[in-house]
Design a protein around this ligand. Structure first.
Ligand SMILES: Nc1nc2c(ncn2[C@@H]2O[C@H](COP(=O)(O)OP(=O)(O)O)[C@@H](O)[C@H]2O)c(=O)[nH]1
Ligand SMILES: [Mg+2]
Length: 368
């Protein structure tokens, strides 16, 4: 019996859960639970039953006699029951670039990322690769390099970078965090050591999705076991700082804030770090030439713009993530193939070019 079941909506609670049931026995399998099914190209609201037991009410869409969609009320336990009863094998991995792009859309974390995938779903990459199939080696090289760059840029729109705010206590990290998040998520205070746990939020810096992390500030303490040992709040703060250090190591970019009036404590041990002078409204001089500085309190818009600019500079990203209709290689296999097609060994390069074409899979419009 051939039935494959794919969950099209992301797992978890949602307004609706969509299952795709396909295969030569899809119709027969569904009729075990539904007393009627719509005709191809139509849809119907159908009560699903297992013997006398009512399961779910589903909107059933019939694409073909071998491919149905069930739109269920998105309660995870009920969806589980329906999935169990439908049985079937897990769906095959999508076999063409358009289907892979469509599947990726469910997980897109930014509008630009979704638009990039939608273009590939509509055939942008296929058209472009077919246009360049007969290219000379030199033309192909130029084209493949362009595609790889488009893939790198799209990567930043499709999976968020982790940006960690770090620096001394009271540098204004939490103030900047709240500003970028757009709400008072974390406590801001001139009491040093207010932030202990790391706090994370998903934000957009312009077109770019970012996971922003606020961490506990750095400062020295009396050594534990010293004159009076570490006070309980020091112990907690130290724990927060240890979490902060780990998060900095895992960051794609660390923004190290240094308050204009208190810059004696440079960030140590750090790669992928960009220094920013904060709280600049509190100083009289205009700072060093070329330094990056902000004041969340006096110029919040400017602070936001500066962080966006630093982010794009650091990762070499343009202002817009999406160019309408542009071909973008999505997925590591395609990007690896393109990279390999730049090999100086002619045989290897040619084989890679063929494999890139094969990775497109059959054209969904023609089946060829
Ligand atoms: N004058 C001024 N004060 C600021 C600025 N940013 C933050 N502060 C103040 O600095 C203190 C510490 O801020 P906070 O964000 O909690 O610093 P954190 O310890 O680095 O998280 C608070 O009293 C803030 O109101 C700024 O741009 N200008
Ligand atoms: Mg803080």
């Amino acid at each position: 019996m051939s039935v494959r079941v794919r969950t099209l909506t992301p797992p978890g609670r949602g307004g609706i859960s969509v299952l795709e049931i396909e295969g030569s026995d899809a119709e027969e399998r569904l009729l075990q639970f539904a007393n009627r099914l719509p005709k191809p190209g139509e849809l119907a609201v159908v009560a699903l039953r297992d013997g006398g037991r009512e399961l779910e009410t589903a909107l059933v869409v019939c694409e073909t006699k071998e491919c149905f969609e069930l739109h269920l009320t998105g309660s995870p336990p009920l969806v589980e029951v329906v999935l169990d009863l439908l049985g079937g094998e897990p769906a095959l991995e999508p076999d063409c670039i358009e289907a892979r792009a469509l599947l990726g859309l469910a997980h897109a974390t930014s509008e630009a990322g979704a638009r990039i995938l939608l273009d590939q779903f509509r055939g942008a990459l296929r058209r472009s690769l077919l246009d360049h199939m007969g290219d000379s080696d030199a033309d192909w090289k130029r084209f493949a390099e362009q595609l790889l760059e488009a893939g790198r840029v799209a990567g930043a729109a499709l999976s968020p970078k982790r940006v960690v705010l770090a620096g001394a206590v009271n540098a204004g990290k939490s103030t900047l965090f709240n500003l970028l998040v757009g709400s008072e998520r974390v406590i801001v205070s001139d009491e040093p050591g207010t932030t202990r746990d790391a706090v994370t939020a998903e934000i957009q810096l312009g077109d770019w999705p970012v996971v922003l992390v606020d961490t506990a500030g750095e400062r020295e303490f009396l050594e534990a076991g010293g004159e009076r040992g570490a006070a309980p709040r020091e112990v907690l703060e130290r724990a927060g700082q240890a979490i902060g250090r780990r998060l900095r190591e895992e960051a794609d970019l660390v923004l190290w804030l240094e308050a204009a009036g208190n810059r004696e404590k440079p960030g140590r041990d750090l790669e992928r770090v960009c220094r920013v002078v904060s709280r600049v409204d509190e100083r009289a001089d205009s700072g060093e030439p070329g330094e990056r500085s902000l004041s969340c309190l006096v110029d919040p818009q400017g602070a936001r713009r500066l962080v966006e600019e630093i982010f794009r500079d650091f990762f070499g990203l343009p202002e817009s993530a999406w160019i309408r209709g542009a071909a973008v290689p999505v997925g590591t296999a395609l990007r690896d193939g393109l990279l390999e097609s730049l090999s100086p060994e002619p045989d290897r390069a040619l084989r890679a070019r063929t494999s890139v074409m094969n990775l497109l899979g059959p054209n969904p419009a023609t089946g060829l």
